[in-house]
Design a protein around this ligand. Structure first.
Ligand code: GDP
Ligand code: ZN
Length: 360
């Protein structure tokens, strides 16, 4: 495998220079499942682990390797694994931050050159959401490209284009249909040799369909990598860094797919402002719009003012949001507990030192 095909720029080459000692080699993280990593390097793809030191140093998950990272590695003693010893400074990173909990920042994809912000020209189309994704990609350091998918659904898409240009004037804008392939070649332009892209957008906008187009014949290779370990059992690790046959790479991780709702209870309310407005007319403040008397939302469905499917989609997204918040809370408490134990260990160590020196 050519490192340049994997996105190894001169920048990383220079940074690796200090580690050029014959034992170490550069590799790019291509998959991660908990503490198991996959790595792409000159010799091909191999399983990897992060050196223990990285876990001790990493008070926050930002310091650990993430998919897309360039790393300094060596072979494990048994030679069957790569050990990641250092994460080279990231050129860009897409992070998940949780509201009000500054401590938790998780890198969902590293060293991303271009973010495709995908919208479907159907009921999903939402300018506020595009704005939110746009903010996120500016923060990441990658270049945003707006992709309007499902153009096959409309004779005339000029009103969509006008409204997108009102919030993102001057940004590249691609009009595509993953269904019939129209315009999809335009994506290649942004993924010339060694450039890495991610696709962001709500579920259902066509991200998988577009990625499959780019992968062409390779599509069946996506995601699942099976291998035998020594005990003959099967372990699976997702492959999240995908090499495209036309050059370029795509990162597709479950975390990136969840990002739509992260940090966005407000955004969700705003996206469904019509329902929130109607709900103000419900008799009960906490109306669930199910079988409560005096429900203005159900009434609007009966009169045809509100589409039932829109209420269903709001409920679905609210549930997902609640799920993500619970997950985030448990992650936060695990983090707090690790932090606590680390402090206890440091304290014991200090006490021991003091005792040794006869000071306590
Ligand atoms: P993802 O959740 O963003 O990965 O979206 P998918 O790629 O799974 O697509 C969601 C649905 O939209 C599927 O039923 C696709 O067949 C459909 N779809 C994707 N692209 C297009 C398109 O360009 N036009 C139309 N009409 N449907 C599309
Ligand atoms: Zn109600």
């Amino acid at each position: 495998m050519q490192l340049s095909e994997l996105g190894y720029s001169n920048n990383f080459r220079d940074m690796f220079h200090d580690y050029e000692d014959g034992d170490h080699f550069p590799g790019r993280v291509s998959g991660q499942e908990r503490r198991q990593y996959r790595l792409m390097c000159e010799q091909g793809e191999m399983p990897a682990v992060a050196a223990g030191r990285l876990y001790h140093k990493a008070d926050d998950p930002e310091g650990l390797p993430a998919v897309g990272d360039w790393t300094v590695c060596r072979k494990s003693d048994a030679g069957d694994l790569a050990v990641i010893e250092k994460v080279l400074p990231r050129a860009s990173s897409i992070q998940r931050k949780s509201a009000g909990q500054e401590t938790i920042r998780q890198v969902l994809a590293a060293n991303v050159d271009v973010v495709f912000l995908v919208s479907g020209l159907d009921n999903d189309f939402n300018l506020r959401r595009i704005e939110r994704f746009l903010t996120l990609s500016w923060e990441s350091g990658a270049r945003p490209v707006i992709v309007l998918n499902k153009i096959d659904l409309h004779e005339d898409i000029s009103s969509f284009i006008d409204s997108v240009e009102s919030i993102a004037y001057g940004l590249p804008l691609l009009k595509v249909s993953a269904l019939n392939g129209v315009g999809v070649d335009g994506l290649h332009e942004f993924l010339a040799d060694g450039l890495t892209g991610v696709f962001l957008g709500s579920s259902g906008v066509g991200k998988s369909s577009l990625i499959n187009h780019l992968l062409g014949e390779n599509r069946q290779l996506v995601h699942e990598v099976r291998e035998d370990d020594q005990r003959g059992r099967h372990t699976t690790t997702s492959r999240n860094l995908l090499m495209l046959p036309g050059g370029g790479l795509v990162i597709d991780t479950p975390g990136l797919r969840e990002i739509q709702l992260w940090n966005s209870p407000e955004g969700l309310k705003r996206s469904f402002d019509d329902i929130e407005q109607l709900a103000l007319g419900c008799r009960f403040n906490d109306c669930a719009h199910e079988d409560e008397p005096g429900c203005a939302v159900r009434e609007a469905i009966e009169t045809g003012e509100l589409d039932r499917s829109r209420l269903q989609s709001y409920r679905k997204l609210q549930k997902e949001q609640a799920y993500l918040e619970r997950k985030q809370d448990s992650r936060a408490s695990r983090q707090a507990s690790r932090e606590f134990h680390r402090k206890v260990r440091t304290f014991h160590k200090q006490m021991k030192d003091l005792r040794k020196r006869g000071l306590a």
